[in-house]
Design a protein around this ligand. Structure first.
Ligand code: NI
Length: 137
């Protein structure tokens, strides 16, 4: 049996967004996205869970130093998105609808290059305590 272990780090950020498809008219956006299409934006308290899977290092006993993982999330994710309007203030969502699904894909792509190749990465994003997404599945 594999001796791989999953380690998790949870972080938090607040951000505003608006869901809409610019190629649709207002009525269609309203119908599909409801109050999430509100033109003056709305905010969420996003909870982010980052999971890294690997073998504990024989010298440290760590899969990954949690301080390193925490600093990485702060640098790549928190500093980019915390207290930002995702639609207006970020390049990542300038032309990408900031649904939880798209946000989790963007976060994965930002983190993946910084996690050692032999380790698996999975990201879970809570938009509300009851609505959350995960990538990869
Ligand atoms: Ni929303």
């Amino acid at each position: 049996m594999s001796r791989k272990v999953a380690v998790f780090r949870r972080e938090h950020f607040n951000a505003a967004h608006r869901l809409f498809n610019p190629s649709w008219d207002d009525a269609t956006n309203d119908k599909v996205f409801g109050k999430c299409a509100w033109p003056h934006y709305h905010g969420h308290n996003y909870e982010l869970e980052v999971k890294v899977v690997g073998l504990p290092d024989p010298d440290t006993g760590y899969v990954m130093d949690m301080k390193v993982l925490s600093d990485l999330i702060k640098r790549e994710i928190h500093s980019r998105f915390d207290h930002k309007n995702l639609n207006l203030d970020t390049v990542e969502f300038k032309n990408l609808n900031p649904t939880a699904e798209n946000i989790v894909l963007v976060i994965y792509d930002l983190l993946r290059p910084h996690i050692p190749e032999q380790m698996d990465l999975q990201v879970r994003l809570y938009e509300t305590p009851r609505n959350f997404v995960e990538y990869p599945v």
